[in-house]
Design a protein around this ligand. Structure first.
Ligand SMILES: *[C@@H]1O[C@H](CO)[C@@H](O)[C@H](O)[C@H]1NC(C)=O
Ligand SMILES: *[C@@H]1O[C@H](CO)[C@@H](O)[C@H](O)[C@H]1NC(C)=O
Ligand SMILES: *[C@@H]1O[C@H](CO)[C@@H](O)[C@H](O)[C@H]1NC(C)=O
Length: 130
């Protein structure tokens, strides 16, 4: 009986690591000037792993607004991206909120924010997005 509940707990933990936003199980995350999200992420039953993902695989630019989008290639039309930013979508801002300046497709530029935790997950130590 005790053995069974231990197995159930392990399975639940593995699911949580897979399903949650990466920020719940990763630390020391940064976004570099090439648009790579880098982090040290928890791996079930092992020590943390340094990993990274090209945010072009995760984000798109919809008329100047960042959105979660598989292979959206947002960094081709957005620049000056960094974690944090002057305007928060909530108070306090989500820890993995990123700000960029994005072209709107008609010659204008918009400052845009997105919570990367909504788009990126930690899959057993590998960052993944839709
Ligand atoms: C990983 O888990 C298995 C059981 O699922 C256990 O036998 C093994 O010792 C664990 N390894 C580490 C490094 O904790
Ligand atoms: C931003 O996305 C829009 C599509 O929503 C696109 O038309 C536009 O070209 C993009 N911005 C730039 C500067 O490419
Ligand atoms: C893009 O920005 C320009 C300049 O601010 C503005 O005139 C235009 O209406 C914007 N286009 C869209 C689609 O938001």
């Amino acid at each position: 009986m005790r053995f069974t509940s231990a197995l159930v707990t392990l399975a639940a933990l593995a699911t949580a690591v897979h399903a949650g936003g990466f920020a719940d199980s990763c630390k020391d995350y940064t976004v570099d000037s090439n648009g790579y999200l880098k982090a040290t992420c928890a791996v079930p039953n092992a020590s943390g792993k340094k990993t990274e993902i090209d945010l072009n695989n995760c984000l798109g630019n919809a008329s100047g607004h960042l959105q979660c989008q598989g292979n959206g290639q947002a960094l081709r039309s957005c620049e000056r991206c960094f974690l944090g930013g002057g305007k928060a979508s909530s108070t306090p801002p989500p820890p993995a909120q990123m700000q960029c300046t994005c072209g709107n497709g008609s010659g204008g530029q918009l400052v845009s924010w997105i919570d990367l935790n909504v788009c990126v997950t930690n899959d057993h130590g590998n960052l993944r997005c839709p």
